[in-house]
Design a protein. Structure first.
Length: 238
């Protein structure tokens, strides 16, 4: 009986001693939620005003059905980061050191994730821009014109875009510090494959252009080298 009473008393004392930490952690979570909600709304409004949604549309990430997808995702990202920090502080208040250490390591890794996303987004933007320039240049040529872009293979714009995106993807993986040796080897192999594919595309797609250029050059050279007819000799009737 005395042992049970002692155990209950000890447990009650520990609960009472933990109550301030419990209340402090709950207050931190509530304040973190309020701050995260407010910052998310402000971020979404600022992103819309700054044209963040247009950038997402140019990247091809958002569609017409979701015109505000970019600002919405950015606000959700801010909300998640603030809540992670709030949970981290609440875990420290509750003496959950293993949870706090794990969250701290995850938050410390987030800058690498953001840098990788930024690099990949930039490569996606540049790839789409170059592809659109190819298509516009092809469309600007008059019908039936024998321009270089008109006879270029149709796969060339997508091939160039894919190469740019592949470079950005490998740079993002390097920033994420994911098996650098394997990433480097895969990057070299992919870049070599794109180089061979581009060479084949140019070679096969530009055969007609190269043939016409060579024929035109040969005709001009032949016209320059045609011997002039010799003058008639004196005393010789034609």
């Amino acid at each position: 009986m005395n042992t049970t009473l002692h155990w209950l008393t000890t447990a009650f004392d520990r609960i009472v001693a933990f109550l301030p930490n419990l209340i402090a952690g709950l207050v931190i979570l509530v304040l973190g939620w309020v701050i995260a909600f407010a910052l998310a709304r402000v971020t979404r409004a600022l992103a819309r005003r700054l044209g963040f949604d247009r950038v997402f549309a140019k990247l091809g990430v958002s569609t017409g059905a979701e015109p505000n997808a970019g600002s919405h995702w950015l606000g959700s990202l801010v909300y998640g980061i603030v809540m992670l920090v709030a949970v981290l502080q609440a875990s420290r208040a509750w003496k959950l050191d293993f949870v706090a250490d794990g969250l701290a390591a995850f938050i410390a890794y987030l800058p690498h994730v953001f840098a990788a996303l930024l690099v990949f987004g930039a490569s996606l933007y540049v790839g789409n821009w170059v592809r659109d320039r190819f298509y516009r240049a092809r469309a600007a040529e008059p019908a039936g014109a024998a321009g270089t872009l008109g006879t270029a293979p149709r796969i060339l714009p997508g091939l160039v875009r894919g190469g740019i995106i592949a470079v950005g993807a490998f740079m993002g993986l390097r920033e994420l510090q994911v098996a650098p040796e394997i990433v480097n080897a895969a990057f070299v192999l992919t870049l070599g494959a794109f180089a061979v594919a581009a060479a084949l595309a140019f070679g096969l797609g530009g055969r007609e252009v190269a043939g016409r250029v060579a024929q035109s050059w040969w005709e001009r050279r032949s016209s320059y080298r045609l011997p002039s007819s010799p003058p008639p000799r004196a005393g010789v009737r034609a």
